[in-house]
Design a protein around this ligand. Structure first.
Ligand code: ADP
Ligand code: SF4
Ligand code: MG
Length: 287
């Protein structure tokens, strides 16, 4: 049975980096993988293809010409099938509806039947869980959802919004949540903040992914860490995450915080940090 997973998160948080590395790790394990970029940036699969971009589904639909599905489906590292939904012309049209149109087209053209994947990964921009961006959660497109977040408040805010979206559709056959991918976690405080948010929202952590120079370097070559430096620590982290994704049967409805609760939660952290700062300053004076 195919495992379909949506990976959400705010813009620039590391969704595509994480998703591509998971795809590459899964391909390395012999799995057939399709990665579908659902972000108007259309660069989800670039690091599986030497930094090169591919034509998008929406551009093809917009061109009005007969659609040649072969021109939209490209192989990347390890045979990963790469697809980009694309986005609207900036300032015109709606990105969310683009995702709907792209997924419809892939279904019509029987792409999943033809390529028979073990895993389908949707890399979805999730700043806003509006009608369109929630498509992979609704209507049985993805079964399991993960979110990439750092310890930064705006990333956590986006994760909390995603939890609201999942909760909304959970009773009508929507996808369920399977875990937080904590990205760019280097300092203990970052881990503590994300752990605390997870415990407040009744969610679990799938993996802690450190901020890493291996990524900075591999990205410049248009590669994943799996391809660029397969023996690196970072590659091992993504391999472990890929195994988790394959085996994780844990699916549940998260308990999002209300707007006020989220503010109070953030305020409790800033109080704590201020107290620590004062104590540090006092200790500095005394010594
Ligand atoms: P998104 O897809 O969420 O918009 P990207 O995956 O494109 O974000 O990542 C944004 C930037 O952050 C990229 O330059 C990427 O290399 C960098 N990045 C993401 N995760 C890490 C990490 N763990 N270590 C170092 N750099 C990272
Ligand atoms: Fe587009 Fe979202 Fe508005 Fe629907 S709700 S029209 S998908 S922006
Ligand atoms: Mg991206």
């Amino acid at each position: 049975k195919v495992r379909s997973v949506a990976i959400y998160g705010k813009g620039g948080i590391g969704k595509s980096t994480t998703t591509s590395n998971i795809s590459a790790a899964l391909a390395d394990m012999g799995k057939r993988v399709i990665q579908i970029g659902c972000d108007p940036k259309s660069d989800s699969t670039n690091n599986l293809r030497g930094g090169r971009s591919i034509p998008t589904v929406l551009d093809a639909i917009r061109s009005g010409k007969k659609i040649e599905i072969e021109s939209l489906v490209h192989e990347g590292f390890g045979g990963v099938i790469c697809i980009e939904a694309g986005g609207p012309e900036p300032g015109v049209g709606c990105a969310g509806r683009g995702i709907i149109a792209a997924i419809e087209l892939l279904r019509q053209q029987k792409v999943f039947e033809e390529y028979r994947p073990d895993v389908v990964l949707y890399d979805v921009l999730g700043d806003v869980v509006c009608g369109g961006f929630s498509v992979p959660i609704r209507e049985g497109v993805a079964e399991q959802v993960y979110t990439v977040t750092s310890a930064d408040f705006m990333a956590i805010y986006a994760a909390n919004n995603l939890f609201k979206g999942i909760k909304k559709y959970a009773n009508s056959g929507g996808a369920l949540f399977s875990g937080i991918i904590a990205n760019s976690v280097t300092l203990p405080i970052q881990r503590e903040i994300i752990d605390d948010f997870a415990s407040r929202t009744g969610t679990t952590i799938a993996e802690y992914v450190p901020r890493s120079e291996t990524i900075t370097r591999s990205e410049l070559l248009g590669q994943t860490a799996i391809e660029y430096d397969p023996d690196s620590e970072q590659a091992n982290v993504y391999r472990s995450l890929a195994r988790t994704l394959l085996q994780n049967e844990n699916k549940y409805v998260p308990k999002p915080l209300e707007a006020e609760e989220l503010k109070e939660w953030a305020a409790s952290w800033s109080d704590r940090l201020l107290t620590e700062k004062k104590n540090d300053a006092r200790a500095g004076l005394e010594s």
